[in-house]
Design a binder for this molecule. Sequence first.
Ligand code: DO4
Ligand code: MG
Length: 296
Amino acid sequence: MRIVRYRDERSTYLGMLKGEKVAIITMDDGTPFSCFIDLMKAAYDNDIELTEFVRNRIEERDFSYHDLYESKTNSLTLLSPIDPPEVWGCGITYKSSRSAREFETKTKGLYDLVYEAERPEIFFKATASRCVGPNQEICIRGDSKWTVPEAELAFILGPEEEVVGFTVGNDVSARDIEGENPLYLPQAKIYRGCCALGPTIVTVDEVGKEPDLEVECKIYREGELVFKGSTRTSKMKRRIEELRSYLCRFNPVPVGTVCLTGTGIVPPDDFALRDGDLVEITIEKIGTLRNPVKQL
Ligand code: DO4
Ligand code: MG
């Protein structure tokens, strides 16, 4: 099942996708669910599995599917499918990220060690206010000259810290700031517009708990394609369950926490994002997350 969130001039909706068509997910009184976390909590409180709960919320109300991308009023806006209370990130989960970090750092050896170590690198990445959804601006810090997108599969945790689904994540990062000193990691990672999420959430019943999905990243400058890279999540060194269990170890996380699983796509070392660029990340079965870039 794929879930989207969008708004028109009247309200905000959660919908279940069927191709390009969407059906609104409603509460008992017919009002639409507008928050994925509320939807997960409602399914949990009713002791019903999330996808079954969603199907009931649509069939019972007999809503017909409408076209998501061509609203009658043309004022329909796709939103981030979730406003996560916390976003965490995993690092050096692909060989390509290990080499990129070793190249940029002045503190050699650290990233080689963490790639081989039993414990993964997991860092705090963002709160909802720092995240953007589809078509919203991701940002380059005003004090960074070398910022890049990081195309990552992101998992979403439910009420029992279980993986309920996946979305596309962009862990926008300042390579120059992290490269100067690894202790600057939070500044390289956490700032306004540092993370994009969307466009849909695909639930585990559709892709499994350890999905092997193709990930692609394209960057356009003045309409021209200036970078294209791809990988598969099966090239990741760690399993989703390994990352999930380390994240939650002695660290209760709120329902709706999102965790980015690390990047396997690194643009050439002389490439930096610029104001006005457009970043497109596509993950098979989830969709394409598109964001323009703004220099702060
Ligand atoms: O230590 C740096 C974080 C690396 C990262 O974000 C990634 O591998 O995706
Ligand atoms: Mg990353």
